[in-house]
Design a protein around this ligand. Structure first.
Ligand SMILES: [Zn+2]
Length: 168
């Protein structure tokens, strides 16, 4: 059976953690992004845009986050943009693409789903996240530990309940 989108996103996020993460919390997403070849910038983006990633042929990729947003949002957006990069470059071998995140909910396609699943798995490493849940820690504690918004922590919990990690 072909690997499911969420499985691929999680596995690649875990792979990034294995290769680039120093084991500390919160996960240093800007450092990891840079190490993987996506240079992150904070900028004042067009109205309604919270982030973007741009890759031109033979040029390094760059990601942008809206500087006026909260740190937790910016961190998640950076991880989401890195997810787009991984999906395009590693999965599809594409070297010419761009994505922009609009604040107003619009098209939510597989690319967005992939990037969100990747970002959640990267910022909230599975084993540690599940351990905190097992210990009965509150989502507020969990969100603070991982440097994410309460919404992002809640979403990660939902995703792990819907598709629990499989032991092989
Ligand atoms: Zn996106």
């Amino acid at each position: 059976m072909a690997k499911l989108v969420w499985q691929d996103a999680r596995e690649r996020a875990q792979n990034v953690l294995d290769n680039y993460w120093d084991g500390r919390f919160p996960v240093k997403i800007a450092t990891i992004s840079r190490a993987m070849g996506v240079t992150p910038y904070q900028a004042s983006l067009p109205a309604g845009v919270s982030g973007m990633v741009v890759k031109k042929p033979k040029e390094p990729a760059r990601s942008y986050v809206e500087s006026s947003e909260s740190e937790t949002r910016r961190r998640f957006t950076l991880a989401h943009e890195l997810g787009h990069y991984v999906e395009r470059v590693e999965v599809s071998d594409d070297d010419d693409f761009s994505f922009a995140e609009k604040r107003e909910p619009g098209r939510y396609d597989l690319h967005e789903f992939y990037a969100d699943e990747f970002a959640g798995a990267l910022l909230m490493p599975e084993e540690h996240f599940l351990n905190m849940l097992d210990e009965g820690r509150s989502l507020i504690d969990i969100a603070a530990k991982f440097g994410v918004s309460l919404d992002a922590a809640r979403k990660r919990r939902e995703r792990l309940e819907k598709n629990p990690p499989q032991k092989d």
